[in-house]
Design a protein around this ligand. Structure first.
Ligand code: SAJ
Length: 422
C-alpha cells in the first residue's frame, strides 16, 4: 500500500523534499499556510530560483497535491514539518512557526502517523515543547515523533536533498526506526540513527556553530593581519596546503543567511537556562556581527585617502543576497552596510542581479558608473569586474568585502583598494 507523505511548509527545505517524495512514489501532499505560494505551485511555479527546483516543480505539479487546507494532513501516514526557526530582533529564538505547525498537525493527525520535525531547533525542543502539543501518553504507540534536521545548502549544485547524509533521533526507538526507514527509502545517502532525539537536535546546532566560530576566527585574523600588513588570503591558501587538520574559512564583510548567524543563538539561550554560558559562541557572534561596521570603517578610510567623505559621494554597493548566486536576503550583512551608508549621506547605488527589487541600477555597467565600489556579495558576475572596468569609470576606491577582486591590478590602476584582511 503506497504511503501518503505530507510536507508542512513549502520553502527552500520543504519543497525539494516534497518533490523527492513524489519522485520516489509516495502520495505526496504539500501543505502551506500561504495561499499565494500554494496557488503558484499548483501552476508549477516557485519563487525559489534554483533551476533544478524550478524544473522539478514544473515536472511534478500533477503528482503533488498542494493545499492550504489543514484537514488534508489527516490523510498522511508521515507528516514532515519544515517551517522556519528564525530569531527575533533581539536575536532570541522564535519557535512560533514550529508551535503553530505542530498544533495544526496534532489537530489533523491520522492514527499511527509518524511526525518528523526537520526545522533547526535547540536540544530539548521536541520533548519539552513539541511533544506536549500532542498526546505524550500515546507517543510511540498511536503516533510517532522524530527529528531529522535539514542540511540544504542553497546554491550548492553538488549536494542536494537526495544525496546529503541524514541523522535521525526519535522520542522512542520505534519513532527513530520509522524515521530511519522513511529517509532510507528516499535518499541515496547514509542515514544515521542516534540514541536520543536530543542528540539529533544538537547535531545541526553543532554543525552550524562550528561554521560560525571558524568564520569568526578568520574575521579576527583578518583584522589582526591588516594591522600587520599581511594578506590573509595568501596565508589561508598557504595553510590549506597542510593535508590534514586545517579547514579553510574566509573573512568577509558579514555573516548572513537563515542558518549560520541564527543557529548558535538557539544553543546559547537553551544552555543559559540550564546554567551554562557559551562565552565562545557569543564571542564568535560578536565578531561576525561586527564585520559590517568594520567594512564601513574601511569605506571611510578609503575615501579619506582620496580626500572625500561618504557624504554626497557616489557609492555603489554590489550585492544584497547573503551568499553568492542566490536570491535570498535573510540576515544579509548588506542591509547594515546600506543603511549606514545612507545615514552618512552617501549617494547610493545598489545592484544585485539576483534581487532587482532591491536594486536601483539596471545592470553592472550602470552600477560601475560610480566613485566608490563596495563589494558585499561574491556573485560570479562581480568576480568578472576588472581593474580596467573600474578605471574606465574613474572609480576612486574599492572595498572588496569578499576578497574576490584583483587587488594588485586595482592598485596598479591607482585606485585605493581595501579588502577584509588584505
Ligand atoms: N561566510 C563567510 N566566510 C566563510 C563562509 C561563509 O563569511 O568562510 C558567510 C557567507 O558570505 C554568508 C554566511 O557566512 O553570508 C553563510 O554562508 P554559508 O556558506 O554558511 O551559507 P548558508 O547559510 O546557506 O549555510 C548552509 C548551511 N546549511 C545548512 O544549515 C543546512 C551550512 O550548514 C553549510 O555549512 C553551508 O550552507 C555550506 O557549507 O555552504
Amino acid at each position: 500500500m503506497v504511503q501518503t507523505v505530507c510536507i508542512v511548509g513549502l520553502g527552500y527545505v520543504g519543497l525539494p523534499l516534497a518533490c523527492l517524495c513524489a519522485d520516489k512514489g509516495y502520495n505526496t501532499i504539500g501543505y502551506d499556510i500561504n495561499q499565494e505560494i500554494v496557488s503558484k505551485l499548483k501552476q508549477g511555479i516557485t519563487v525559489i530560483k534554483e533551476d533544478d527546483i524550478q524544473y522539478k516543480v514544473g515536472l511534478l505539479k500533477e503528482k503533488i497535491h498542494y493545499t492550504t487546507d489543514p484537514a488534508e494532513i489527516k490523510k498522511s501516514d508521515i507528516v514532515i514539518i519544515c517551517v522556519p526557526t528564525p530569531v527575533d530582533d533581539k536575536r532570541m529564538p522564535d519557535l512560533v512557526p514550529v508551535i503553530s505547525a505542530s498544533k495544526t498537525v496534532n489537530a489533523n493527525l491520522k492514527q499511527g502517523a509518524l511526525v518528523i520535525l526537520e526545522s533547526t531547533i535547540h536540544p530539548g525542543t521536541c520533548e519539552e515543547l513539541v511533544l506536549p502539543l500532542f498526546d505524550p501518553k500515546v507517543c510511540g504507540r498511536e503516533f510517532y515523533l522524530a527529528h531529522c534536521h535539514e542540511r540544504i545548502d542553497p546554491g550548492n549544485h553538488k549536494w542536494n536533498v537526495t544525496n546529503i547524509p541524514r541523522v535521525v533521533g526519535g522520542i522512542t526507538d520505534k519513532c527513530c526506526t520509522l524515521a530511519y526507514n522513511f529517509y532510507t527509502s528516499i535518499l541515496s545517502a547514509n542515514v544515521l540513527k542516534l540514541n536520543s532525539i536530543k542528540a539529533a537536535e544538537a547535531t545541526k546546532i553543532m554543525e552550524n556553530s562550528f561554521r560560525d566560530i571558524n568564520i569568526a576566527f578568520m574575521n579576527e585574523m583578518a583584522k589582526s593581519f591588516t594591522t600587520l600588513g599581511i594578506d590573509i588570503t595568501e596565508v589561508i591558501k598557504a595553510a590549506s596546503t597542510k593535508p590534514f587538520s586545517f579547514l579553510p574559512h574566509w573573512p568577509g564583510c558579514g555573516v548572513g543567511g537563515h542558518c549560520i548567524p541564527v543557529d548558535p543563538y538557539y544553543l546559547i539561550e537553551k544552555a543559559k537556562k540550564s546554567g551554562f554560558e557559551h562565552r565562545f559562541l557569543m564571542l564568535a557572534r560578536e565578531i561576525n556581527n561586527s564585520m559590517p561596521s568594520y567594512t564601513l570603517d574601511l569605506v571611510v578610510e578609503a575615501l579619506n585617502k582620496v580626500g572625500k567623505s561618504v557624504k554626497n559621494t557616489k557609492i555603489t554597493v554590489l550585492g544584497v543576497a547573503y551568499k553568492p548566486n542566490v536570491n535570498d536576503i535573510r540576515e544579509s550583512p548588506s542591509f547594515d552596510i546600506i543603511n549606514h551608508l545612507r545615514k552618512l549621506g552617501a549617494n547610493l547605488i545598489i545592484y544585485d542581479p539576483f534581487i532587482p527589487a532591491q536594486s536601483n541600477a539596471a545592470d553592472l555597467d550602470e552600477a560601475l558608473n560610480t566613485e566608490c565600489v563596495v563589494l558585499v556579495t561574491a556573485h560570479d558576475m562581480f568576480k568578472s569586474i576588472t581593474p580596467e572596468m573600474l578605471r574606465q569609470n574613474n572609480v576612486k576606491a574599492v572595498i572588496d568585502g569578499r576578497n574576490v577582486l584583483d587587488k594588485a591590478g586595482i592598485i596598479k590602476e591607482g585606485i585605493i583598494y581595501k579588502g577584509i584582511g588584505r
